[in-house]
Design a protein around this ligand. Sequence first.
Ligand code: 13P
Ligand code: SF4
Length: 356
Amino acid sequence: MTTANLVLDRPATSAPVSRFPILPRPDLRWTPEVEAETAHLYEKVKAVMPPVEWPFHAPYVKAINDLKKVRNAVILAHNYQTPEIYNCVADVVGDSLQLAKLAASSTADVIVQGGVHFMAETSKILSPNKTVLIPDSKAGCSLAESITAADVRALRAAYPGVPVVAYVNTSAEVKAEVDICCTSSNALKVVESLGSDRVIFLPDQYLAQNVQAQTKVQIIAWKGACEVHERFTAEEILRYRADDPSIKIIAHPECPREVVEVSDFSGSTAAMIDFVRNEKPAKVLLVTECSMADNIATETMGVTEFVRPCNLCPHMKMITLPKILDSLLTMRDEVVIDPVLAARARASVQRMIDLG
Ligand code: 13P
Ligand code: SF4
């Protein structure tokens, strides 16, 4: 067939053929085939999911896993995603830093972000040639929403020459204005890498206080807070310790300083999971979003008992199996960032990654 034939074969009125056509909805009935194909995945969540619930999730799990192959897609899921996402459809799970690095190295054509909007933006910033989808574009973050690019420019004007560090929980516009990004797992290292005796640190006032407690660098903090972690109080944590003095208490550094002070360990969500895996405490209190405990409950069953003061992140919980399926069928919502802005934001994220 010649090129001329090819041109003539295409109807003159056809719309441009999308690289990703919308696909028909798959059969979502609970059948013996679905049960057999997903039985090994139910094993991973059975500690936290009664058998009666699985028939509602399993058809979605199967459909999503089938569609990932069709789309050459990967699902990057944050540690706060629900157990059926974290354990049954995610290709990669982790904290913000791990997900950012994996987004950059993935060879998939499509990334579906199981997480909130700033995480999907970070994936797009690091993978400009991939299609990045967020199953619900309204899944925000109280930290990311607490500061704008104009606020950063005003801070720079107020503190000329002082380097600016942005937590990754910020918009692409904010990342584009700063010198370097950080996550909860490398914030201290990033602050100390700048060789400055003063650093502007935004937007989380509590992470800033928790870093300040470990460094001589003077930190100028923004006033943002995570709506999930700011609710924990030292009094509440100490009551758990009074009930059982042997309990291990581990807190995310987005918690207020006084909460971290009365805890045995503080670290990123991945560091918290590693602590439980490595230390195998008989009883542990995870001072963070409550899906974390559910996600590792099966692997720690019979070893570690979790005590969970349940604070849910409403934004993380906007991502569900039905929305992930819709995302893969319709290729929405796609994360789009102006390439010039993305390049400036990438410089800040890449500088963090290059620190190792
Ligand atoms: P991690 O980077 O520790 O996973 O934290 C991200 C987050 O949003 C915690 O609230
Ligand atoms: Fe943002 Fe807090 Fe939710 Fe993390 S837990 S995404 S910091 S609102």
